[in-house]
Design a protein around this ligand. Sequence first.
Ligand SMILES: [Fe+2]
Length: 320
Amino acid sequence: MFSRLLRNLSVERLACGALICITGVAAAGAAQAQSNEVGVYSGRHYNTDKQLYQQFTAKTGIAVKLLEAKDDALIERVRNEGQNSPADVLVLVDAARLDKAADLGLFRSSPSAALMRDVPLNLRDSKGRWFGLTRRVRVAIVNPALVNPASIRSYADLAQPALKGKLCLRDRKSVYNQSLVADQLILRGDAVAKGQCGVGLVNSYYVARLLSGDSGAADRALASRLKVVFPDPAHVNISGAGVLKTARNPSAALKLIEFLASPTGGRGYAEANHEYPLKGYGDNPVLKRLGSFKADGVSAEQMGAKNQAAVRLMEANGWQ
Ligand SMILES: [Fe+2]
């Protein structure tokens, strides 16, 4: 039963791996003035985002032309397109990817009083090149029939000998796990566990999505047999965005990011996908049922900077 559940939770892998291309959330006629259109490349793979882009269009009159694809593919695409890119905004999931895009020189600095106010310091780039928009927590999901949920209080507890053969983790290429290891390196200077399933690690929105019933009643029933544990303190990651250096319409791009980071826009962006807003816990009833967490305080920028060291550590410890 639990292996079936974990297979279901490999929605994390499937959803993240899927290449979805959607163009033209709002129809943007060629005749339209350029100032009325913003091109968005997004690595977020959640259908619910489109509602927020539509709200932005209704509020500002600026049409959003959207292309969704895998984060790394989008980074490559922006690099290849250069000045010819129709994109103004690049939305990516995971701090390490945002940091990588900034290192590649893809983003421009966006001085914005609204973003300074709405995005906490630890959830944005210190040079103003990218800004967090939503938060997700790396949680442990436990099968209480196999593992005592109370035995897992921290990520380090996943290394306890009693869990040998019962722990399921995604492979080394998962940027979510790389960021978790980077996070633990910063906090502990030490590795986390590897291994084979009584416990798995997933981003909070995947399990919340199953519990919400969005993926069907059968998945909800399976997920409800799990215990979700927030390690204390918890590793918090982000999705975020920046204005591209090659943007043709940087002012509309900044307006969109400001809208998505604002308390109103940001709440919708996070809630629909069962993520946490930039501040507080939000009003999503499924997330409320999971309880609250204490963020470990490691900044998104720190995690990005430690990504390479994390990958080396994972390699050195045989994390496949
Ligand atoms: Fe994801």
